[in-house]
Design a protein around this ligand. Structure first.
Ligand code: ATP
Ligand code: MG
Length: 360
């Protein structure tokens, strides 16, 4: 159970926990809209459903909502529904009475009770089985439940926040999630965008993580170079903000950008695929334009690698002018040249046999 203190600013909010953390909204329009929505909804008691891919910040946003709620000094109780098997989850949530099962020597309150006067955060709500979903629905309707093996109705006043990385609409269609429960938890919906859709925020997030890990590792790492920042802004970030944080931490510990740049370039060369939305319409023209752009970047990168970053030779191989290549390198956010260390690191990666793209 965490009990974070009150927020300290409107742009980056301190979550006073260990390790120290802040919530960076950044400047992207999508995050500004979320921020306004949350700021008006948080002080009410309505349930909030947070959706978003892994590592997009669902957990940290849930804590932010609690900090901005009417009961910020109350408990913040997180239940990781994915980590607790079915029957145990029911006991964990609603508690049990003495003698409810063999080994229940004393009564135990559930997390719903512990969260009374604060926030109950149900992380991975899609993982709850249909049986328990029915009991949860009942609880959400009248804030009442009984402990396992108990007869007494217990009433608690607690704010409910749920999070999932799966589109619940799909789970409903597949018969794995109750539609009535969905309507109950989805009074306010926040859909956190993947990091690749928030490239405007990468500089702020990077600066924040750099500072955080400098302090944590007691290390005076420099700010990241402009070419590396451009690479970060172009990366696809399958692991979202968690991946960015790990990468910045690696830079701080290694006190070197080269290995990290090589890693990103190698990933781009081998993984780029069309970026299709998880749900909603697919704008064919937009997606195709992006795919062509990504493919061009991949080809340029491979040809530069193959020519040891000799840009004149690469331009001639690509049958474009030297100036056109320089322009495309800049457009694609690739570094203008490659330091010997980066070359060495990339060679080491290629030598492991992990699918280096060859364009000849
Ligand atoms: N907006 C943000 N500002 C600062 N740090 C952030 C932000 N979003 C995420 N982080 C950091 O990124 C990491 C991942 O965040 P978090 O655990 O909240 O993601 P998540 O969506 O809950 O991931 P998962 O689906 O895997 O549970 C954490 O270390 C968190 O502190
Ligand atoms: Mg989480």
């Amino acid at each position: 159970m965490d009990s974070p203190n009150a927020p300290n600013s409107s742009s980056a909010v301190g979550l006073d926990s260990f390790p120290p953390q802040q919530l960076i909204f950044g400047r992207s329009p999508a995050m500004q809209i979320i921020r306004h929505k949350i700021d008006s909804v948080a002080p009410t008691n309505v349930p909030v459903l947070i959706q978003g891919d892994n590592g997009t910040g669902k957990g940290i946003l849930a804590r932010y909502v609690h900090l901005r709620s009417a009961t910020p000094s109350g408990p913040f109780v997180k239940v990781n529904c994915a980590a607790i098997p079915g029957t145990l989850l029911e006991m964990e949530l609603f508690g049990y009475e003495k003698g409810a099962f063999t080994g229940a020597h004393s009564p135990k309150p559930g997390r719903a009770e512990v969260a009374s006067g604060g926030t109950l955060f149900l992380d991975g709500i899609d993982e709850i089985g249909l049986g328990l979903q029915a009991k949860l629905l009942q609880f959400l309707q009248d804030r009442q439940f009984s402990r396992l093996g108990g007869t007494e109705d217990i009433t608690v006043q607690t704010r409910i926040i749920c999070a999932t990385h799966r589109p619940l609409e799909r789970e409903i269609a597949a018969g794995r999630f109750r539609q009535d429960l969905y309507y109950r938890i989805n009074v306010v919906n926040v859909n956190l965008p993947p990091l690749r859709a928030r490239s405007e925020d990468i500089a702020d997030l990077t600066a924040y993580f750099l500072e955080l890990h400098r302090e944590r590792h007691n290390c005076m790492a420099r700010t990241l170079s402009a070419p590396l920042l451009r690479l970060l802004q172009k990366h696809a970030w399958p692991g979202n903000i968690r991946e960015l944080e790990n990468l910045v931490e690696r830079c701080v510990i290694l006190r070197s950008e080269d290995a990290v740049s090589a890693e990103l370039l190698h990933w781009d060369r081998t993984h780029l695929t069309p970026d299709l939305p998880a749900h909603g319409p697919i704008h064919l023209k937009k997606v195709t334009r992006q795919a062509v752009h990504d493919l061009e970047r991949k080809i340029i990168l491979s040809v530069l690698e193959a020519n040891r970053w000799n840009r004149k030779r690469a331009a001639s191989e690509l049958k474009i002018s030297y100036r056109a290549l320089l322009y495309k390198i800049r457009q694609a956010g690739l570094p203008g040249k490659r330091s010997p260390k980066v070359a060495h690191a990339a060679k080491a990666i290629t030598a492991t046999g992990t699918a280096a793209l060859t364009v000849k």
